[in-house]
Design a protein around this ligand. Structure first.
Ligand code: TYM
Length: 332
């Protein structure tokens, strides 16, 4: 079975629709076809300095949501990144293989640095993609299911794997991104040309998985649509309608042309109402299962401990090889 690894940050009190459609839903599908490792990347989350209590809460919420969407501990390995020390160890070794210029070209860093101010941005934000490369390479992943915003980080990961292999001998599998075109970038409901994002969207622009039906419906009904009345996919002239069509198509499995035909001559109202119901019907069971899982922290922590145990086995093996190849003396 090919391997897959992916990660998600615990930086909000809920995943949003972009995380769900762009990534997590593929994770669920891939547990059936791949040997799958999925992690809550708490070490990445500290690049923006959360309060300890907040990090703890959000890490558990993220993990609970992963089980709630259908990741099954019998079929895949779900764990918390910081539980497997090898991630930070490999990140250091890879950082010594990364050029300053190469890291400085990462557009996500440039965006974030611009937001915080060049000198206020932490070094962790700068080296963030190297830690992500370590996450992936440790598990010898063949495929990495992500949204398109992670594509550049995947290219860096591939470059680092190839560089390491040619310098020290074949060690790492060179991973491929797995990006589904139709859902690679779900956009903000209020600003339909921008990515739906926990860090930059207003609450009105985001649909949170753990949100109640009332607010979800309201937000979809108030989503910015475009002038005109036709429900048609047209990225250029109708980005708002196009985003909603993509959402409806992905959630219902109905191709976009079929949806366009269904709403022909009906205006936006019925269409939006249907999208809203679909979102509510998708999210409600996930929210209920998440709440149940969060009610028993001891049990949740036990699932994560078991996941970490399995992840560690693979990570240790890779790290032993990395140390040997780089010339570190063996430890007892
Ligand atoms: P994060 O936590 O920001 O997002 C988790 C996943 O959701 C995808 N995503 C989207 N997809 C479509 N449309 C959107 N609007 C949207 N917003 C987010 C992201 O592309 C991602 O797949 N650096 C990563 C976390 C990470 C990781 C890894 C991923 C750390 N190590 C190793 C893969 C492999 C991140 O910040 O994702």
């Amino acid at each position: 079975r090919p391997r897959v690894l992916s990660g998600i940050q615990p930086t909000a009190d809920s995943f949003h629709l972009g995380n769900y459609l762009g990534a997590v839903r593929q994770w669920v599908a891939m547990q059936e076809t791949h040997e799958a490792f999925y992690c809550v990347v708490d070490l990445h989350a500290i690049t923006v300095n959360p309060a300890p209590e907040e990090l703890r809460r959000r890490t558990r919420i993220a993990a609970a949501q992963l089980f709630a969407v259908g990741l099954d501990p019998e079929r895949c390995t779900v764990f918390v990144q910081s539980h497997v020390r090898e991630h930070t160890e490999l990140a250091w070794m890879l950082s010594c293989q990364t050029g300053m210029g190469e890291a400085a070209r990462m557009t996500q860093f440039k965006d974030k640095a611009a937001k915080y101010g060049e000198s206020a941005a932490g070094v962790g934000l700068f080296t963030y993609p190297i830690l992500m490369a370590a996450d992936i390479l440790l598990y010898q992943a063949d495929q990495v299911p992500v949204g398109v915003d992670q594509k550049q980080h995947l290219e860096l990961t591939r470059d680092l794997a190839q560089r390491f292999n040619s310098r020290f001998g074949q060690t790492f599998k060179v991973p491929n991104p797995y990006i589904l075109k139709e859902v690679e970038k779900i956009t903000d409901l209020q600003e339909p040309t921008a990515k739906m994002s926990k860090s930059s969207s207003s609450p009105q622009g985001i649909l949170d998985v753990l949100e109640q039906p009332g607010p979800l419906r309201k937000k979809v009904m108030r989503a910015v649509t475009d002038t005109g009345t036709e429900v048609l996919a047209d990225e250029e002239n109708k980005p708002g309608v196009t985003n909603l069509l993509r959402i409806q198509s992905a959630l219902s499995g109905t191709p976009i042309p079929e949806l366009e035909a269904r709403y022909a001559g009906q205006g936006y109202g019925t269409f939006k109402k249907d999208v809203a119901e679909l979102v509510v019907d998708t999210f409600t069971p996930i929210r209920e299962r998440t709440e149940k899982l969060l009610a028993d922290e001891a049990e949740l922590d036990k699932l994560l401990a078991a996941g970490a145990e399995r992840a560690r086995e693979v990570a240790r093996e890779t790290m032993a090889e990395v140390r040997e190849r780089m010339g570190f003396l063996p430890t007892s």
